[in-house]
Design a binder for this molecule. Structure first.
Ligand SMILES: Cc1ncc(C[n+]2csc(CCOP(=O)(O)OP(=O)(O)O)c2C)c(N)n1
Ligand SMILES: [Mg+2]
Length: 548
């Protein structure tokens, strides 16, 4: 017997989905039963928040939407903090939640299990669209629309909820058959492109900030490289945009967006091109950035345009806009020759990098730099890594050279516990993946060791144990002279991992590289515990902080 659940999985299959994340619940059983009649692979989690992170990690690794099945009420609500990350970072996801039976919808207080007054209203803050399905015949179309909405820039999560009885009722609605999967990404207006090309053609010191929007957009990284080279513009990537531009390119300022030598370079630019970034808190070095030149901002999200700095806002998919600017510049033949106060852009960039390195070398940071170096050296060039909100993660935002791989972090919404579940989502059907968490953030997702073991996912989880909420400890000590509520009782992470059947080893900074290499060569999930305290670098933004 086919039912509403079958229509969901048949449509997802037609849309090329292959993996579903989530946790079942009583109202969602029709959905999960239908999985047995499909080719979709189900990867379970132990907490919905983590299932959402896993779907996010999968989407970032594959470019396909993460599919998440959750149950009504508490299941749905528990997923929301994870979905917030995908919403903030523009990661495509289709969330299919069950709902109470039709008869209870509309805020009636029937006292049904899991009943909320208006479930989809709760999802509104963290999803691009929300739809309650009432009739089986609309299921294939709602799922198709959800896929289209999730995958159209600005990408993001969408919410579909289906009442228990609609999922369970037998149906004669046919499977959808082939679906036209062409997407129409938002295109820039010609007038804006011409103006952007004119501004760039007249630039003497153009510079580019590349954000996460570049990653989510077709061949945007290639167009970014061509454009930067054509106009000789120094490029800096935001944490979300890490590796959108090759880290070691002669025009790459590296990653130190939180160093005011980079801030000053961006302020000195007479034209600042921001692509796929809001120039938000971290990307503006905590709003200390005060650009003096003209700003061109390309983003698929109209609300991002000029949200922090005024300028020429271009609503577009990043790839299309950069390609069109390139064409306009090439057609006009008006190619600017950049001149950074008598230096070439490459010399200027080399100077900025040198000054940042000198600044770091002048602080007592050999231990931190050594740990980061060990992690990088232990991994192959094409490794994928997922970083939690932990001190090593903040270092990675600024100095991780992803080489031919990629790094991802939960920096969009900043919720802790992202690293491990996102990494095992990224590891589904892929090569081995690294997760990095602190002891505090690890506890959020520790239950997922069971999921990683169950699916034998190739994830190496580095847990850096500094005895508590290290970053908050630093902030509180600096601000109040003492830290409160930051010290934590922790389990023995090695013994705990082993109790899940996941091999684990304790290591120290000197042996970290070897420990990671050994873990990397093994099969299935494993854990490396590094007991150490990492410090932050001296922030460069605090003296001159001001909000635009
Ligand atoms: C869901 C959530 N709760 C609380 C916070 C606040 N928070 C930010 S960082 C942090 C500490 C993380 O500790 P740990 O993972 O051990 O990393 P460390 O700072 O020690 O390197 C906390 C509690 C948050 N970002 N997200
Ligand atoms: Mg810690």
């Amino acid at each position: 017997m086919r039912n509403g659940g079958d229509l969901v999985v048949e449509t997802l299959t037609e849309l090329q989905a292959s993996t579903v994340f989530g946790i079942p619940g009583q109202h969602a059983l029709g959905l999960f039963d239908a999985l047995t009649r499909s080719k979709l692979q189900f990867v379970s989690s132990r907490v919905e928040n983590n299932a959402a992170f896993a779907a996010d990690g999968y989407a970032r690794a594959t470019g396909q939407p993460g599919i998440l099945f959750v149950s009504t009420g508490p299941g749905a609500l528990t997923a929301l903090a994870g979905i917030q990350e995908s919403y903030a970072s523009g990661v495509p996801m289709i969330v299919v939640s069950s709902q109470i039976p039709e008869a209870g919808l509309g805020g009636r207080r029937k006292g049904m299990l899991h009943q909320l007054d208006d479930q989809k209203e709760s999802a509104r803050n963290v999803t691009k669209s929300q739809e309650t399905v009432h009739k089986a015949s609309s299921i294939p179309y709602v799922i198709e629309d959800a896929w289209r909405t999730a995958m159209t820039a600005p990408q993001g999560p969408v919410w579909v909820e289906i009442p228990q009885d609609v999922l369970l009722q037998s149906t004669s609605v046919p499977p959808p058959g082939a679906i036209d999967m062409q997407l129409h990404q938002p295109q820039p207006h010609g007038g804006s492109i011409e103006q952007a090309a004119r501004i760039l053609a007249a630039a003497k010191r153009p510079a580019i900030v590349a954000g996460g929007g570049v990653h989510r957009s077709g061949s945007a990284t290639e167009h970014l490289r061509q454009l930067a080279e054509l106009i000789s513009a120094p490029v800096i990537c935001t944490p979300g945009g890490n590796s959108a531009f090759p880290y070691d390119h002669p025009l790459s300022m590296g990653g130190w967006i939180e160093d005011n030598y980079v801030t000053e370079a961006l302020e000195d630019a007479d034209v600042l091109l921001a692509v796929g970034t809001s120039l938000g808190e971290v990307s503006s070095n905590y709003y200390t950035l005060q650009p003096r030149g003209e700003i061109i901002q390309i983003d698929a999200h109209v609300r991002v345009l000029e949200s922090n700095y005024s300028g020429l806002g271009i609503r577009s998919d990043a790839s299309s806009a950069m390609q069109k600017i390139l064409q306009a510049l090439e057609t006009s033949g008006d190619i600017p020759t950049s001149n950074w106060h008598g230096k070439t852009a490459e010399q200027f960039v080399a100077d900025v990098r040198q000054r940042i390195n000198d600044r770091l070398a002048s602080q007592d940071l050999a231990h931190e730099l050594g740990v980061m170096r060990s992690i990088r050296t232990a991994l192959p060039d094409d490794a994928l890594s997922y970083w939690d909100m932990t001190i090593a993660g903040y270092w990675a935002w600024n100095m991780w050279d992803a080489r031919t791989g990629a790094m991802h972090s939960g920096q969009g919404a900043g919720g802790i516990g992202y690293g491990f579940p996102a990494a095992f989502g990224g590891a589904v059907g892929q090569q081995r993946v690294l997760a990095v968490s602190g002891d505090g953030s690890a506890m959020y997702s520790i239950a997922e060791l069971a999921a990683a073991k169950q699916h034998n996912l190739p994830v190496t989880w580095l847990i850096i144990d500094d005895g508590g909420y290290g970053i908050l400890r630093e902030y509180m000590q600096d601000t109040f002279g003492e830290a409160t509520a930051t010290e934590l009782a922790r389990p023995d992470f090695v013994m705990l991992s082993e109790s899940f059947g996941v091999p684990a080893v304790a290591t120290n900074a000197a042996e970290l590289e070897t420990a990671l290499q050994t873990a990397w060569a093994a099969d299935g999930p494993n854990v490396v515990v590094l007991q150490t305290t990492l410090a932050m670098w001296q922030p460069t933004h605090q003296q001159s902080a001001s909000t635009p």
